[in-house]
Design a binder for this molecule. Structure first.
Ligand SMILES: [Zn+2]
Length: 420
């Protein structure tokens, strides 16, 4: 269903023609910037009620729209267009034409899964907290009540199994199941192989990541991201759409009908931090596979021109502190395919150091990642929607790599009988 409205900006009195495509979400918080003064306007639709802030509703406006006023198309589930008003050519109609009916049905299933999960986000956060604190009794009850997951026993392996079922449900609208299933079967085989062929170093690797608490801390950091990603169900909805749209000639473009960059930038930063630390596990396992020693990186990256060992690559421990942007290239011929499109360390650095500007009406992010003293010269830009797409892909990478943690934990508990 679509609703046509005309709003008058409270700040600059501009009249804005608006077409609002409604979705199945029970509460629909729209947000956009006044095209003329950038002031934020919000519109909350719930149970047929409209709550408008930053603008007033003009009751007797000209319909159909004449093109005299700026036009804003809004839809929470899909990228809306920045273009001109075309009567009848709604966002829903355009996207279902672009991706086809079957794809649309699949996308809609995922959107419905979000509609089901997002009202539970507080309880989902509680579930993760209960696991992290080791409160097995309450964790067991929450699993059953919230997601109908039954713990087989209170043993660590069964608690872990329930936990991973929960995170799999929480991530299901955002991820590709097939990719994760592959990793879930491949990882235990890899660990079996390593424990057989390089037993001493493999066991030492386990000892190191357990003794230093690295594995547990990193696992907990990963887990915290699941309730967080559900918190961002609204801005990530239009990013899902690009799983279906072929992008051969087309760039990611379109309007996001809710939230703004500032509210989403921390999530990207958090995902980047965790991803960067996860690369330590990938590097350690890769070094074991390639050279039988988790500390030993390939000579082509480990040695400088004078054939001296570069400090950051002298051990896995040193590698952990390396710059995020440099880590991937130090993992030679990785057993795990790292999706490099997930990594934009320039943007991550710019966010971390507040070196960006956001133009809300055009939904463009301008960032300056280079160290340039007081000047800001080298400018990069990315649209808000493309940024959200990057965030989604980065979450998928983190979720995939969490399957490596899963295998390491199960191996430690079941085979190595470690108490973690
Ligand atoms: Zn205005």
């Amino acid at each position: 269903m679509n609703i046509m409205k005309c709003f008058e900006c409270e700040t600059c009195s501009t009249h804005i023609d608006c077409r609002i495509g409604l979705s199945n979400r029970d509460i629909q918080p729209f947000q956009f910037a006044c095209p003329s003064c950038e002031e934020q306007i919000t519109l909350n639709v719930s149970d047929g009620d409209f709550d408008l802030q930053g603008a007033t509703d003009i009751v007797d406006f000209e319909s159909p729209f004449t093109g005299k006023n700026p036009f804003i198309d809004l839809h929470l589930d899909f990228p809306a267009s920045f273009g001109e008003y075309k009567m009848g050519y709604t966002t829903f109609m355009r996207v279902s034409q672009e991706i086809g009916h079957e794809n649309y049905l699949h996308l809609n299933e995922r959107l419905n899964a979000l509609n089901y999960l997002y009202p539970k986000k507080r309880e989902l956060r509680r579930l993760i907290t209960q696991y992290k604190r080791g409160e097995v009794n309450t964790f067991r009850k929450t699993c059953k009540k919230l997601l109908n997951i039954q713990l087989k026993s209170d043993e660590k392996k069964d608690v872990l199994a329930a936990l991973y079922t929960a995170t799999s449900i929480m991530s299901s609208p955002f991820t590709s199941h097939k990719h994760n299933r592959e990793l879930s079967t491949k990882m235990p085989e890899i660990l079996d192989y390593l424990d057989f062929s390089h037993k001493e170093k493999t066991r030492a690797f386990f000892d190191q990541i357990i003794k230093t608490n690295f594995l547990t801390t990193l696992h907990h950091e990963c887990l915290s991201l699941y309730p967080k990603i559900i918190d961002f169900d609204l801005p990530l909805r239009p990013a899902l759409y690009f799983d279906y749209k072929s992008l051969s000639n087309d760039k990611i473009s379109g309007r996001v009908s809710t939230a703004d960059f500032d509210s989403c930038s921390n999530l990207y930063k958090d995902l980047s931090e965790v991803f960067s630390r996860l690369l330590t596990l990938v590097a350690g396992i890769n070094n074991l596979l390639k050279r039988g020693d988790y500390d030993l990186f390939n000579d082509s990256v480990r040695l400088n021109k004078k054939k001296e060992i570069i400090k950051d690559l002298a051990s896995l421990d040193n590698f952990t502190n390396m710059d995020f942007g440099k880590k991937v290239e130090c993992i030679d011929d990785s057993f795990y395919h790292i999706d490099e499109s997930a990594i934009n360390h320039k943007l991550r650095n710019a966010i971390a150091h507040y070196k960006y500007e956001y133009e809300e009406s055009a939904q463009m992010i301008y960032y300056y990642p280079n160290k340039e003293g007081m000047k800001r010269e080298k400018l990069y830009e990315i649209s808000f929607l493309e940024f959200l797409r990057n965030t989604l892909i980065l979450f998928r990478e983190v979720h995939s790599l969490n399957h490596i943690i899963k295998s390491l934990l199960f191996y430690a508990v079941i085979i190595l009988k470690k108490d973690i």
